[in-house]
Design a protein around this ligand. Structure first.
Ligand SMILES: Cc1cc2nc3c(=O)[nH]c(=O)nc-3n(C[C@H](O)[C@H](O)[C@H](O)COP(=O)(O)OP(=O)(O)OC[C@H]3O[C@@H](n4cnc5c(N)ncnc54)[C@H](O)[C@@H]3O)c2cc1C
Ligand code: SF4
Ligand code: SF4
Length: 408
């Protein structure tokens, strides 16, 4: 048990203690008080626009994934590591173009397209490249299948999809969200206070997530190529194959590519944000469907046609999967078991077993940590003293400290 840990009681404490992932929910709920800004470290964080009002911010903290993380079991089966699910299996987009252009096999895009075509949703809230600065990502509302496909692909940098949630709700139309697992946690927590979410949000679809790099990871690629951000017209992290190359195009017509393995060879250069290192639910337990890579051993051996793993986690997710398959928008391959996922995602298994020790380490250093519920973190605790001591030492050395950005 993490008896001495206490959750942060202000948004400032969330940010300053490295618990913020920059989801954007606070900026959506209180745009008169908070705005998302890119920090010098290349992280999207909320900047206060006025004097902080902790009483008013309490409703944000009740759903902020830096303060609370939870999921409820809604599937028909359960696994200690992989949580509640109904179906686990191979899948890919029925449309060959989606399958090719998307990050893996195009499952998330195919489901988004299916929801629009079948009339189950009127639009998708997700993220895509910022048209003005394509190395950066911003929230987007896609109303057509073409827009959903244009925004396919993994974006390995900061993304604040939930900054668009109030704009989505204000349309008063059924919609779906494609986002990260921590965004799904926040949406479920927020739904307790805002009934519009359960009424209008027909599906929450996520990727299984190894962590979000800060923008410095992308800037380092430009530096290596001798490019400035202003010159960039395309920054595609993967896709156009599975995994496909990282491709950068410039105003002068030049194009550069790096293979996925080149891009991610040096783990020290991943620049993963602090919140990700202690993430108690990077596997999408609060989503309706989670999509993953399914490379044996956890890394690609080369290029292939694109095969996702898909995990349905709720009756709504299972119904959506079946509806997409019946329409030919999605193709199912062989079934998987949680033990297959242990092989595909060894880093997620290790993380589930070490989160409790890392949170204890933070608490020992006197830092607040988020509350977590329904994620089996204490039951999976491997009691790893090295993880606990290491995290405590890093926290005491200030490695989790961040500064609240200024508005302008
Ligand atoms: C930061 C990050 C880390 C990941 N780590 C892992 C991992 O450890 N293990 C694993 O199996 N898979 C991981 N993936 C997921 C994997 O890269 C694919 O996204 C996943 O397999 C879904 O593939 P797809 O072809 O269905 O996606 P696509 O059909 O290409 O759809 C991707 C969708 O995700 C949205 N999206 C892309 N980037 C982001 C982002 N940063 N934040 C919010 N939404 C986004 C897009 O808007 C799009 O709608 C990660 C993805 C990201 C973005
Ligand atoms: S995690 Fe999200 S809601 Fe919480 S402070 Fe950061 S951006 Fe705001
Ligand atoms: S690892 Fe967790 S906190 Fe980090 S981006 Fe992924 S889901 Fe969010």
């Amino acid at each position: 048990m993490i008896s001495e840990a206490t959750p942060p009681v202000t948004l400032r404490a969330v940010v300053e203690n490295g618990l913020c992932i920059g989801c954007g929910l606070c900026a959506a709920l209180a745009p008169e008080r908070w705005a998302m800004r890119m920090t010098d470290e290349g992280r999207l964080r909320p900047a206060p626009l006025t004097a902080e009002n902790h009483d008013a911010d309490a409703m944000i903290l009740a759903a902020c994934p830096g303060a609370v993380v939870e999921a409820e079991p809604r599937g028909t089966q359960s696994d200690p590591v992989w949580g509640s699910f109904t179906h686990m299996g191979e899948a890919w987009a029925g449309d060959a173009d989606i399958r090719y252009r998307a990050a893996t096999g195009g499952v998330l895009t195919a489901l988004g397209v299916h929801l629009l075509r079948s009339g189950q949703a009127r639009f998708i809230l997700h993220c895509g490249a910022d048209p003005e600065r394509p190395m950066r990502s911003r929230w987007q509302i896609s109303e057509t299948p073409e827009q959903v496909l244009d925004r396919a692909g993994s974006r390995y940098g900061p993304s604040d999809t939930l900054a668009g949630i109030e704009a989505a709700l204000a349309r008063n139309e059924p919609f779906a969200v494609i986002a990260k697992p921590c965004d799904a946690n926040a949406l479920r927590a927020r739904a307790k206070a805002d009934p519009r979410l359960d009424r209008l949000m027909v599906a929450v679809l996520v990727m299984v997530c190894g962590g979000a790099s800060d923008l410095g990871k992308s800037q380092a690629v430009l530096e290596e190529l001798g490019l400035r951000e202003e010159e960039v017209t395309l920054f595609r992290y993967r896709g156009h194959g599975n995994p496909g190359p990282t491709r950068i195009e410039t105003r002068s017509g030049e194009a550069f590519e790096k293979t996925y393995l080149d891009m991610w060879a040096d783990e020290a250069g991943w620049r993963i944000q602090s919140r990700c290192k202690i993430c108690p639910d990077a596997i999408g337990e609060a989503a309706d469907i989670a999509a993953a890579d399914i490379w044996p051993g956890g890394a690609p051996m080369g290029e292939d046609e694109g095969f996702n793993g898909v995990i349905t986690r709720s009756p709504a997710g299972q119904a959506l999967l079946e509806s997409a398959v019946a329409a030919g928008d999605l193709v199912l391959g062989r079934a998987h078991s949680p033990r297959d996922y242990d092989d595909f995602q060894p880093h997620q298994v290790a993380k589930k077993h070490s989160v409790a020790a890392r949170l204890r380490g933070l608490a020992s250093a006197g830092q607040p940590v988020f509350a977590h519920r329904g994620l089996r973190i204490d039951a999976l605790d491997a009691g790893d003293a090295a993880q606990e001591e290491g995290t405590c030492a890093r926290a005491k050395a200030g490695k989790f400290r961040e500064t609240l950005p200024e508005a302008d």
